[in-house]
Design a protein around this ligand. Sequence first.
Ligand SMILES: Cc1ncc(COP(=O)(O)O)c(C=O)c1O
Ligand SMILES: N[C@@H](CCCC[NH3+])C(=O)O
Length: 472
Amino acid sequence: MRAHPAGALHGQAGPLAPAWLQEPRDVNGLVPALWAQGVERGDDGALRVAGADVREIAEAHGTPAYVMDETDFRSRARAFAAAFAPADVFYAGKSFLCTTVARWLVEEGLGIDVSTGGELAVALAAGVPGEKLLLHGNNKSVAELRRAVAAGVGRIVVDSFEEIDRLAEVAREAGVQQAVLVRVTLGVEAHTHEFIATAHEDQKFGFSVSAGDAEEAVRRVLAAPALELRGLHSHIGSQIFDTSGFEIAARRLLSLHAKIQRDNGIVLPEADLGGGFGIAYTTADDPSTPQELAKGLREIVERECEQLDIAVPHLAVEPGRAIVGPTTFTLYEVGTVKQVALDAGARRQYVAVDGGMSDNIRTALYDASYSATLASRSSSAPPALSRIVGKHCESGDVVVKDEFLPADVQAGDLLAVPGTGAYCRSMASNYNAVPRPPVLAVRDGQVQVLLRRETDDDLLRLDPGAGPQGAA
Ligand SMILES: Cc1ncc(COP(=O)(O)O)c(C=O)c1O
Ligand SMILES: N[C@@H](CCCC[NH3+])C(=O)O
């Protein structure tokens, strides 16, 4: 059985549910936009991913587990590279990075944006050539800058006046001229959660254009012989659907780009427009394709450059979520189900799983919405409005705020939450000393462990007080 069309929904969900959530006609249906291409419900009712049965994956590797469809990952990466070519696509490593994924990205023609020494270490351990890397960060340490310069990182995006001085010194010491981009803050109000919007004025990233700091940063980079100014960088935020934010950003960035060229009598060969393209977490989300995004951006940039009478710079973009997010679902096992009485006789079904905010902090942190389905079987029970919660000692430990699950969901069932490839494993914690789940990639029915599950030994290894009896 293939995924059901997105239209398999009917009826309003009642006063407990958000306005966008409708009761599904078929509670076993999969909305294709939410799932990796290789996910389907098998004839026996259980989910399969790239030919592997989720029950067998759970049996062999345990739960919770992040399960990625490798072919889907590669095809999304390839689609971005192809749609944006000749622009460079730097995958945002913060969304999810491990050495195998880093190698796949290079094989598919992408570079990688890293934002700490740790992400840089992972990319280098994967054998990614320095010139395919771009380093971000609003407070890079001297050690991180030294490591990046020594590795021949292709672009370092400078973010503060102190950093310009530090990097100039580090590059001078190393006897190299380091290529840099200047991160600018364009005053764009991106329509996304406040914590993941990054181009409005009142925040920590970049140099303000309106205050004149961006031009001062450019002057200081130009005055440093060990630094080579390649262009400007902007990133307006994350999980953005409204393309007008990208349009305004591109226009403002290019007009500053033109002014800098005029005022300094130089040519800036590049412009980096960052990432932030939204994905579908629920049926309420309607993302653009890479082709639509690339075409839209290219048209704006070409039109703007013509009006400004400047050459079109070589472009770069930095998608993370839009590549890895939809490739992965989290597989959980249900432990308890409670029918909780609410006001006026209403009830909510609380379904507790064996993970929670330690493997997906986004619901608690950003009030993010997710979807879920019963994964180990299908059900003929009616849909029941449910809240999927974790096992942590917090009432805010919610994985999926509102979803229809079959009314007969019970302990031992497996649930799958799609769209967890980005910012879930990479933001996972050991809260309540819960070991972080593995990341498993599936291809042609075969499971490859990308990151293994943590164990109690891993947790105790950092604790010098744990005696030999510590981890039994
Ligand atoms: C500078 C920069 N580039 C790229 C990204 C990737 O964003 P996304 O995963 O939303 O595409 C981020 C994160 O928001 C970022 O801060
Ligand atoms: N961590 C954020 C993305 C933005 C972080 C990068 N600037 C999220 O989960 O949505």
